[in-house]
Design a protein around this ligand. Structure first.
Ligand code: 0WD
Length: 257
């Protein structure tokens, strides 16, 4: 019997075997959770995620473009009707048009700004609301953010503004859902890890080197450490924690030098 036996989770944002959502999924599976997954519609995405999930045989793998309200409604209605409840939600989704990240923030376009905020921030609010409708007291919601929300990280640009809004959404949702339903809402602020989306960031390799040199632990974080932190925030081990931004960054954020 794992710590999460009988618990039902929804995981949004698995793109491939390097995805941070997959690190969390593996940790949840190891504790006996039952998981439903969403994927960004598209034949190659679907094929990749299906292949990854083959050994686990989840009951539900549902298409969901978070820019589409109908997709979000369908996902949570389907999971809710299948299992009768949802105990955990993992939101691990972000997007900004690459051209917007290459330009200085002052050059951001209205369209790029709206699209990035819609996919990276509003989706979290919409998914939390839909999931909460099926969550019993004690339910837990987690999203993934980055230190570029708090400090200027040249090159992170528009995504830094999105992450700042995401982090404050965590706090307001923690208030709304805590008062109303005893549901907890937290974020992991992850140190840089090579994934499909981070590989697209300008100067990502330089970032990894810099972090390893400056962080308290004198290294970058391991992919599995995101899984372990996700498990903590989604399990009763963190029952008194909500509205928190948990830095899993080898102590990078506390060093001023
Ligand atoms: O260093 C890193 N990798 C860090 C990532 C450090 C700190 C934070 N993060 C955050 C990211 O900003 C994101 O919020 O972690 C989260 C997960 O990112 P990841 O695991 O690095 O990236 P990836 O494996 O690419 O998953 C993000 C997924 C998308 O993947 P692709 O590569 O296809 O863009 O977000 C999904 C998609 O699966 N996604 C969407 N899902 C539904 N609807 C949409 C959309 N419109 N757009 C992107």
């Amino acid at each position: 019997m794992g710590k999460l036996s009988g618990k039902i989770g929804v995981v949004m944002g698995v793109a491939n075997e390097r995805s941070l959502a997959w690190a969390i999924s593996q940790a949840l599976y190891a504790e006996g959770a039952e998981l439903a997954f969403t994927y960004l519609p598209g034949p190659s995405n679907e094929r990749r995620v299906k292949r990854l999930l083959t050994p686990y045989q989840p009951k539900l793998l549902l298409p969901c473009d978070v820019q589409n309200d109908g997709d979000i409604t369908n996902v949570f209605r389907t999971v809710g009707k299948t299992y009768g409840r949802i105990d955990m939600l993992v939101h691990s989704i972000a997007f900004a048009p690459p051209a917007e990240l290459r330009r200085p923030y002052i050059q951001v376009s209205r369209e790029g700004f709206h699209r990035a905020m819609d996919i990276s921030v509003y989706s979290f609010v919409a998914a939390s609301r839909a999931a909460a409708g099926w969550m019993p007291p004690g339910g837990s919601i987690v999203t993934i953010t980055y230190f570029g929300a708090e400090k200027v990280m040249p090159g992170y640009n528009l995504m830094g503004i999105c992450k700042a809004a995401l982090e404050h959404s965590v706090r307001y949702l923690a208030w709304d859902l805590g008062r109303e339903k005893q549901i907890r809402v937290n974020a992991i602020s992850a140190g840089p890890i090579r994934t499909l989306s981070s590989a697209g960031l300008p100067e990502f390799d330089r970032m990894l080197d810099h972090v390893a040199q400056k962080a308290c632990l004198n290294r970058n974080i391991a992919w599995e450490e995101i899984g372990a932190a996700g498990l903590y925030l989604l399990s009763p081990a963190s029952s008194g924690v909500t509205g928190e931004i948990l830095h899993v960054d080898a102590g990078y954020n506390i060093v001023g030098l």
